[in-house]
Design a binder for this molecule. Structure first.
Ligand code: GDP
Ligand code: IMO
Ligand code: MG
Length: 431
């Protein structure tokens, strides 16, 4: 079987989009399985630079089917805009299929999220503001609207009216203007439905057939393990399951069909939004890395918090997912450093800790324990063979492999497809 899951090993933005785009050239199917347009996956390929939010990063292979699976929450306005932008740049979207089971992000989800974030005050999560949390909350309380519901306008209108009444009640209860207009929402969403309807179907048969035929299937993770609703740094997480297991659930892929799980890690760390980040750099080195690496969010434009590679967190997420190997991206960003730190443990109240804490307030108190490695001060961005890397860079990669417990079979030395060192066939892993 050849179902490869590509999952973020840190707090997102590790370069999952690049890895998917690279591998999608030889895939038959690429599936986005969870999250929504909170994701921002940047792809740089011969067609240009693209920021994808809902459309799978396999869309540049016209022969692959790209599926938005039941576990995704879709903002139809945002999807419609994304499809239009791709088409305008000559990218065919004919291979796209949208599961009728996928839930929708409704305009009131964004309004509710804004209200909830401001009620949290200093404890705000720092969400992307895309209504993701309230959309998943409605799904779990079984009041959500699915994209397939758009295909039956009269039932859709009725359900929007019910949901809008409840949203207005909530807004009133927290002293806000009850600003949700059900008929405007129904009109607007039914107009998107006209353009999206050709893509919407029950995709379960397509996926099952591809699994049965042994086709090459890629599962595209969004967000990342440390933002996972169960295993991440709760409550500073997103609202979906971001792990390999979460992807199986969201896509409807049997767990036994997974042939390989690739963990994507940056050669350092970033995080957007609130929550502890023990190896965060709040000094000139952090500012240098942020500017040099253009660490600003693809979705919100916010400055990303930057820090050294956190091996405690990285090993935790490798274990949760059972990564077979890792894609270590952005090694080139460290090219100019004269020395590099890796966080190999934490200290809490004078005690050394090697396990990633489960409680946010404990993680907050963790101080990083660093190991220092020499830099290489040579450009790596044109290197295609591992053997050609400067010895210090190879040593850095080797140390990360040891600490994470998985081989770095893909190494990124730039955003383009060609700026990649392959140490195995990505579809079969190392033999
Ligand atoms: P994603 O959300 O995991 O897909 O990652 P993002 O696209 O949000 O952020 C990763 C950024 O790093 C994008 O701008 C990519 O083009 C870029 N990128 C990916 N791999 C590499 C690499 O190896 N080196 C460099 N310099 N940039 C990379
Ligand atoms: P990709 O797929 C980085 C973060 C937000 C916030 C928290 C909750 O590009 O890696 P949400 O809007 O999901 O309720 O916000 O999660 N977050 C991301 N951070 N990359 C992402 O996606 C993210 N998606 C959500 O910044 O801290
Ligand atoms: Mg991103």
């Amino acid at each position: 079987m050849s179902v490869v899951a590509v999952v973020g090993g840190q707090w997102g933005d590790e370069g999952k989009g690049k890895v998917i785009d690279l591998m999608a050239g030889s895939a038959s199917m690429v599936i986005r399985a969870h999250g929504g347009d909170n994701a921002g996956h940047t792809v740089v390929n011969p067609l240009g630079e693209f920021a994808l939010h809902l459309v799978p990063a396999g869309i540049f292979n016209p022969d692959a089917l790209c599926i938005i699976a039941p576990g995704v929450v879709i903002n139809p306005e945002s999807l419609d805009r994304e499809l239009g932008a791709l088409q305008q740049r000559g990218v065919s979207t004919q291979g796209l299929r949208i599961s009728d089971r996928a839930h929708m992000v409704m305009p009131y989800h964004m309004v509710l999220e804004q209200a909830q974030e401001s009620l949290r005050g200093k404890d705000a999560i720092g969400t992307t503001g895309r209504g993701i949390g309230p959309a998943y909350a409605d799904k779990v309380t079984r009041t959500g609207l699915r994209i397939g519901d758009l295909l039956d306008p009269s039932v859709f209108r009725e359900r929007v009216l019910h949901a809008a009444t409840q949203a207005n009640q909530f807004l009133r209860s927290v002293g806000r203007e009850p600003a949700i207009d059900a008929s405007a929402i129904a009109r607007q969403y039914l107009s998107f439905a006209e353009r999206l309807a050709p893509y919407i179907s029950d995709v379960s048969g397509l996926i099952a057939d591809a699994v049965d035929r042994n086709s090459r299937i890629l599962l595209e993770g969004a967000q990342a393990t440390l933002l996972d609703i169960d295993h991440g740094t709760y409550p500073y997480v997103t609202s979906s399951a971001c792990t390999v297991a979460g992807l199986c659930q969201g896509a409807g892929i049997p767990p036994r069909a997974i042939s390989q799980s690739i963990g994507v890690y940056k050669a350092y760390c970033t995080r957007v939004g609130s929550g502890a980040m023990p190896s965060e750099l709040l000094d000139a080195t952090g500012d240098y890395l942020r500017e040099h690496a253009h660490e600003f969010g693809t979705t919100t434009g916010r400055a990303r918090r930057v820090g050294w590679f956190d091996a405690v967190a990285a090993r935790y997420s490798a274990r949760i997912n059972g990564f077979d190997n890792i894609a270590l991206t952005r090694l080139d960003i460290l090219d100019e450093m004269d020395s590099i730190q890796v966080c190999v443990g934490y200290e809490i109240d004078g005690r050394r800790v090697d396990q990633f804490p489960s409680v946010a307030s404990v993680l907050d108190r963790c101080r990083p324990l660093y190991e220092e490695l020499p830099g290489w001060q040579t450009s790596t961005c044109d290197i295609a063979d591992f053997e050609e890397l400067p010895a210090e860079a190879a040593r850095y990669v080797g140390r990360i492999e040891e600490l994470v417990g998985a081989p770095a079979d893909i190494i990124g030395v730039g955003p383009a497809r060609t700026q990649t060192i392959h140490r195995s066939d990505p579809w079969s892993g190392r033999v």
